[in-house]
Design a protein around this ligand. Sequence first.
Ligand code: NAD
Length: 481
Amino acid sequence: MKRIPMLIDGEWIGDDSHEWMPIFNPSNGTQIAEIVKGNQSHVDAAVAAAQIAFESDEWKKVKTFERGQLLVSFASYIRENAEQWSEWECEDVGKPMSQARSDVEAAARYFEFYGGAADKVMGETIPIEEGILNATVLEPLGVTAHIIPWNYPLQIISRSVAAAIATGNAVIVKSAEDTPLTAHAIAEWFAASDLPKGIFQHITGLGVDVGGPLSAHPDIDHVTFTGSVNTGIAVMKAAANNVVSVTLELGGKSPNIVFADASEEKALEGVVKAIIQNAGQTCSAGSRLLIEESYKEHFLCRLVEKFSELTIGPGNEDKDIGPILNKRQYDQIMNRIEEAKKSGEIVVGGKAVSIAGAEDGLYIEPTIIDGLSPSCPVAQEEIFGPVLSVFTFKDTEEAIQLANGTDYGLVTGIWTQNIDVAHYVASKVKSGQVFINNYGAAGGIQMPFGGYKKSGIGREKGFVALRNYTQIKNIAVKFGV
Ligand code: NAD
């Protein structure tokens, strides 16, 4: 059994005196590893070590371009071992291998992107008056906490950790209790690197035992969190007590808006992929289809055909749809489907699937629900499974109203050949990202990502995320003879 210790202050923490928690492969339910059940004392030790590392001369003397080179060399290491990293992610999360491979490439891209940016994070000079030189300096915040969900562990660690280290911070990663494998592999690489110990640390355990104490710790300088709205609110409240900034990415109920003049094949492909990727366990999943009324019957019919052709199976068999993470998530999805049956109609799917040879894996058919009221809970709340709800609109204004009609605002897809309509809708939707005639282009490493409304606070990805991990010092110099 693979034992995954924590990395605290350069030491591997985890022996028989610790409590251990099992980790399962969602594809077949077999135990693959165990993690240390961390607690407040581990959080305290990690924060203290991070503070020392951050203030150390050893770290301050690392030039910005050297930080960048280190991150870029990690990107190369990930690429050289891409198949191994993909297998870990596939085993841990259950995702199909080709999706795991995309995640690994995205992780490498984050380290490369932010590595390249490390020596380009600049302040500005601001004209004031003769005899005053006024400049801003962007300084690192200090100790940054990164609380990670289970659905895209490698990508989500990479996007925030790379930006935080590029800007000179110390990082503490708290991986999700179900999916620690790639977090540990990252920890192994950093432990063997030339970085001062304490600049990268990895702690494990339950949210309540480790994530809570970490976000409430008075010596943390920033918390980056991805996960559910309720936990995000708890993290924000905990950080608020210490007047500490947060970046929150809390999911969505993202619509694909399909007009009757859409390029049909592209729209079909986009709508399908947006909901089945990672079995719908994706913050930016396109979980609502808003379709122009006159086009509904035809488009839905074609969509049902596409859904019926999708394959389901264990991650390593690389089917279209892999398993659901665990029983709790599975029950939540099946309960939502049952609830939907009371007021709507299951057009396709809706049932559990048993896979021969992987009977302990939890699989759900890709599902389309029609006829729900847009205001009912199933239509409003994240289901986090391969479940698409369909609604119709008569005109553009109604499409916009429906698109904006939830508490979320993460991503919107717009499918039309009419450039006026596309731009008009893009300007009206309350959504952090808008995709016109595509959805989730190119992994989006360079594109700011984050939500309006309860989808979160702040933006990750792209140059803009570097600002999450810096603060501005303004220096005014008076001179003259
Ligand atoms: P969660 O928000 O509870 O967990 C996410 C991370 O936060 C995990 O590392 C967890 O250990 C940690 N955590 C839990 N409680 C904490 C606390 N009080 N303080 C600090 N950290 C804490 O999510 P979940 O329970 O794994 O999933 C539940 C639902 O959340 C899903 O069904 C889905 O709707 C949503 N979710 C969204 C995303 C996303 O990408 N936005 C990711 C995962 C889950």
